[in-house]
Design a binder for this molecule. Structure first.
Ligand SMILES: [Zn+2]
Ligand SMILES: [Zn+2]
Length: 370
């Protein structure tokens, strides 16, 4: 029997490297060999038991790989051996929600998010891709795995914060939290032509990175009153768009208080418990503000557009990858990532690396360039 190595969720704070059955595609599905994947903040929520998934599930929703096997019906458009990425969200393209433009909510609330949620995910040597025709996005040969590794989730989600907020040319934008998603939201505001971008994060390293990703200035909310600062930078009005990229009451409220009347709060955070909008922050409900939420946009056309931005030099997300591991070392990488130790931003996981091999020893320092 064909087996593969994978990292399986066994229970709260329990992930294990196991030998499991290798997937086989049915009609319309594809199997890709994972060449690189990563760990997301959402995976941390799952492992800590804050977002329930079934024990026995392979986690991970950020796949970069090579087509290994195609199910019936895909041969005209794809071939074995092609390099691909697949969005974290895999819409079917045919249901009520997809045909109404809400692809991430495919077949129901959050339904587009399947990898490492309702079906096996990318922390494995092989991954079964459902609705492959709508979801396999080809990667040009001149781009390395690391250049596209952030596209399936982090970049798509972060940039969507600026898109959903409808950031316009010359806008003032505030971005609350500069983790990987917040940094991509900052980048999204820049790509959409914001004039002033104020990044807010208590972490000094992340504030430095924020400037690199396009922030005009980066504020430490523990040192200054961020809402006041944003108001004074915008003629007392507040930001045209505030993006929340953490998922806490505190940042949500600060974002809301920093939006001008008629402005937009674009929320990317994953919240738990109750979320409160104080009446004065929304001008008793009469402030003409919009609050919009977004789940990572997926599907191959979304991925194609993001790939284009990388290929034509409009964005470079490789600085986000700070650490590299083999698949065997994923539990170790998870520990580091979940504790935010050693200045980690994002890790890259390479399944082809032999057990215990240090990334640099195996592939050399030039490998990120491919
Ligand atoms: Zn994610
Ligand atoms: Zn659908």
């Amino acid at each position: 029997m064909d087996t593969m190595k994978a990292v399986v969720f066994r229970g709260v704070n329990d992930i294990r490297v196991e030998e499991v059955a290798r997937p086989r595609p049915r009609a319309g599905q594809a199997v890709i060999r994972i060449t690189a994947t990563t760990i997301c903040g959402t995976d941390v929520h799952i492992v800590k038991g804050e977002y329930p998934v079934r024990p026995g599930l392979i986690l991970g929703h950020e796949p970069v790989g090579v087509i290994e096997e195609l199910g019936e019906g895909l041969g005209d458009d794809y071939a074995v051996g092609q390099r691909v990425i697949v969005g974290a969200i895999t819409p079917c393209g045919q249901c009520f929600y997809c045909l109404n433009g809400a692809h991430s909510q495919c077949r129901g609330a959050l339904g587009g998010w399947r990898f490492g949620n309702t079906i096996n995910g990318a922390w494995a040597e092989y991954l079964l891709v459902p609705d492959a025709q709508a979801n396999l996005a080809l990667v040009p040969d001149d781009l390395s795995d690391e250049q596209v590794l952030m596209l399936p989730d982090i970049a798509s989600t972060g940039i969507s914060g600026a898109e959903s907020g409808n950031v316009r040319l010359g806008d003032s934008v505030a971005v609350f939290a500069q983790g990987p998603i917040g940094l991509c939201a900052t980048l999204g505001a820049k790509l959409r032509g914001a004039a002033l971008i104020v990044a807010v994060d208590p972490n000094a390293e992340r504030r430095v990175m924020a400037r690199r990703f396009g922030a005009s200035l980066a504020i430490d909310p523990e040192g200054v009153d961020a809402v006041k600062a944003i108001r004074s930078l915008t003629g007392g009005r507040g930001a045209d768009v505030a993006i929340e990229a953490l998922g806490r009451q505190q940042t949500f409220e600060a974002a809301l208080r920093s939006v001008r009347p008629g402005g937009t709060l674009s929320s990317l955070g994953v919240y738990s418990g109750k979320l409160v909008a104080p009446y004065e922050a929304i001008h008793a409900g009469l402030g003409d503000q919009r609050i919009v939420t977004t789940l990572c946009p997926g599907g191959k056309e979304r991925m194609r557009r993001l790939i284009q931005l990388v290929q034509h030099g409009r964005m470079d997300l490789t600085p986000l990858v700070t650490h590299r591991f083999s698949l065997d070392q994923l539990p170790e990488a998870y520990e580091l990532f979940s504790r935010q130790a050693d200045g980690v931003m994002k890790v890259a996981i390479y399944p082809a690396l032999a057990k215990g091999t240090a990334w640099h020893d195996a592939v050399g320092a030039g490998a990120a360039e491919r």
